[in-house]
Design a binder for this molecule. Structure first.
Ligand SMILES: [Zn+2]
Length: 205
């Protein structure tokens, strides 16, 4: 793409780095911003900077939060005996939307992927073991996507957790999740959490 301005080119390059944004869409977004009032574009910029600088990750569950401990972990009415393990904050939002789960979460911040060089130590797993060892959770729900990485992670966590005195379950399979928990419709996802199954029973003996 030929640009009439270096500034324009730089801005388009930045937008092109975002997932799902090609150079044509990036150009359209930048031209749109150029048509906005200066203070609106400033507000857009400072909102992104504030987000990056001030966002925290809950010290208990690892979820994205404005406070050291997130609203879900701090809520007095949540069932602290249930811990739902998910890949990232998008899954927390998707499961919260179903209104079928009142326990706590644990956000791994990724999945084990030998292909991408992501091992257990790159994920929020040590904190999960600590939480389980505290004796508070009675049941751990492994709500990970049914991909190869998801299954590898579930099996790894199962081996790490099976000797604790807890129940380990997974969200029901056999339902089409559309590949990703965040895309599953609310009823399907809600039902799969309610009808979760004991993980050990799903393993071939
Ligand atoms: Zn939390």
């Amino acid at each position: 793409m030929q640009f009439s301005s270096k500034l324009l080119e730089e801005a388009v390059n930045e937008f092109s780095k975002l997932p799902g944004i090609g150079s044509k869409t990036a150009l359209r977004l930048v031209l749109h911003l150029l048509n906005q009032k200066t203070d609106e574009v400033e507000h857009f910029g400072t909102t992104m900077i504030k987000l990056r600088q001030n966002i925290r990750f809950c010290s208990d569950c690892g979820n994205i939060s404005d406070t050291p401990v997130c609203e879900i972990c701090a809520h007095p009415k949540r069932d602290r005996s249930l811990l739902c393990v998910v890949e990232d904050s998008r899954d927390v939002m998707a499961i919260e939307n179903t209104q079928q789960f009142n326990g706590l979460y644990h956000v791994l911040n990724g999945l084990i992927s030998p292909m991408e060089g992501i091992g257990p130590s790159d994920l929020n797993i040590d904190r999960l073991i600590q939480r389980v060892a505290s004796g508070e959770p009675v049941e751990i729900i492994l709500a990970l996507n049914p991909t190869m990485e998801g299954d590898t992670t579930i099996f790894y966590l199962y081996k790490k957790l099976k000797d604790f005195n807890i129940k380990i379950t997974t969200i029901a399979r056999g339902i089409s999740f559309g590949g990703e928990i965040e895309y599953a419709d609310e009823m399907t996802l809600g039902r799969s959490i309610v009808t979760r199954v004991v993980y050990e029973n799903t393993l071939l003996k």
